[in-house]
Design a protein around this ligand. Structure first.
Ligand SMILES: [Zn+2]
Length: 307
């Protein structure tokens, strides 16, 4: 670590200058991860669902096509986590996927709606982490964007550990309430909403969580959903939005979510905030389950991390 003021961290300076030369605003890109940071985006299997859950008016008829023979469009939905090797903070895990026992724990109705159609041994959370040369036991902090089962189901591997599990306070309250009262049971499940986990929350709209990592409260899909802005020293800014946007149409075309939306006015505000954040940072927006976007990262990097 170089703390000599006469010898600035040239990697961070270079990263900021590169971003500014592309039109970024200084205050949004100056919190840069230290040199040596690595971030692996790891595939944790695929769900499948009717398009109507993800894209408003998906699979509905129009006057102009009411007599046409139409199949029901379905979407293949990748799940992923991001494992960050941070020189100062250690290992940070962004989200956990659906967990090893998703089909058994979700039950037959949920499995019929959101079946997990691809799940190979390397999609298991522990195995995915091990593919980077690390162990889940060495993770110093887990950050969950929102507590739906396909993002937080893998938390069960942290039961019995004191690993801090971070989320927004409103998400924690909403998730426990939803399960306890049955208000939104199914998308939230009790097996990972465990009182024994070492829950940590924050209330800010924006939180500089660590050097180069900023968390943003983006309500709409759920009350307490957060996104993660990662300013990497070489590959630039990434904005992981989780399920504020399931698929690219939600973000690029501004088509609201379908049946999985919860609070449309809040969603629209968050959507506009991400648009502005992307404009200010010139970052790459990574949605919760967009195949094309995930594949673009995996085809670009292969098994190598973002740096
Ligand atoms: Zn999801």
């Amino acid at each position: 670590m170089n703390l000599d003021m006469n010898e600035p961290n040239n990697t961070a300076v270079d990263a900021v200058q590169r971003a500014m030369s592309q039109g970024a605003i200084l205050s949004d890109v100056q919190n840069v991860c230290p040199d040596g940071t690595k971030a692996w985006m790891l595939c944790l299997g695929y769900l499948e669902a009717d398009e109507g859950f993800l894209v408003r008016a998906g699979n509905t008829s129009l006057a102009s096509n009411k007599d046409a023979a139409r199949g029901n469009k379905r979407r293949l939905l990748p799940m992923y986590c991001v494992l960050i090797e941070h020189p100062y903070e250690g290992l940070i895990l962004w989200e956990t996927g659906s967990g090893s026992h998703y089909p058994e724990l979700c039950g037959p109705v949920f499995n019929d709606v959101f079946p997990r159609v691809i799940y190979e041994p390397h999609h298991d959370l522990k195995a995915a982490i091990e593919s980077t040369g690390h162990s889940y036991r060495d993770i110093k902090a887990v950050v969950i964007g929102h507590l739906h089962v396909d993002h937080a189901g893998g938390l069960d591997i942290f039961k019995g550990t004191d690993t801090p599990i971070w989320c927004h306070e409103r998400e924690l309250k909403s998730a426990f309430f939803s399960v306890a009262t049955g208000a939104d049971f199914g998308v939230y499940l009790p097996h990972y909403l465990d009182l024994g986990l070492n829950w940590k929350t924050f209330t800010e709209t924006e939180l500089d969580f660590a050097q180069g990592i900023t968390l943003h409260h983006f309500p709409g899909h759920t009350e307490g959903l957060i996104g993660m802005q990662l300013n990497l020293p070489h590959d630039g800014t990434f904005i992981f939005t989780g399920d504020l946007f399931h698929v690219k149409e939600n973000y690029y075309d501004g088509v609201p979510q379908g049946w999985l939306a919860r609070d449309h006015p809040a969603w629209f505000n968050s959507y506009q905030r991400v648009k502005r954040l992307q404009h200010r940072t010139k970052g790459k927006v990574i949605m919760g389950h967009d195949s094309t976007t995930c594949d673009s990262i995996w085809n670009w990097k292969g098994a190598s991390p973002l740096v």
